[in-house]
Design a protein. Sequence first.
Length: 232
Amino acid sequence: MASLAHPLARGVYAPMIGRIAQGPFVVAQVGQSLDGRIATAAGQSHYINGDAALLHLHRLRALVDAVLVGANTAVLDDPQLTTRRVAGPNPVRVVLDRRRRVPATARMFDAAAPALAVRDTGGTAASSGQADEVLLPAPDGVFAPTAVLAALAERDLHAVLVEGGGETITAFLCDGCLHRLHVLLAPLLIGPGREAFRLPAIARLADARRFAMTAHPLGSDVLLDCNLEGAV
């Protein structure tokens, strides 16, 4: 596999491939500034990270069965979610689009790879370009991450990359659905903007989640590889 030829293979990719082989596996990736922003207040995010970080993201896509984003990311960034920068298979592309905001012309709905649109069971069936629909309840206005992962597993999609945005990654993190978190830290300050994580407030540092982490230089950025399994 092309990803294993990279210098990060021993420290990041090879262990991840071994973990994927054990069963269901979910990794989230977020690119952020030093002050924890994933976009400006106006929503611009192209590109916080450098080329090496983008290559890493495409390698992650090549390792998983499905890559998942929220509707905001699909609308604002219009990502294609393919592995076009590296050698490797394209994952199934998944969008959580409860209110059917993502247009049929979105790049993730092109013919480059299969796509799934997760929709609210209370809505009316509609097509979205090349995407198939997955209908799930959203009683509180959001999809339960565990229900989304169960629906993907029914389609033999067991290794999942949650690519964005901040609200979607936070939901999977807070529900305990992530095994790994990759934070790509860029050497810039944005100021007011969109936060990488929107976590509930805590009163004491003793209540903060802690986990094992290793750091890897990645071009002008730093990859923080966080192992959430066994996090305390």
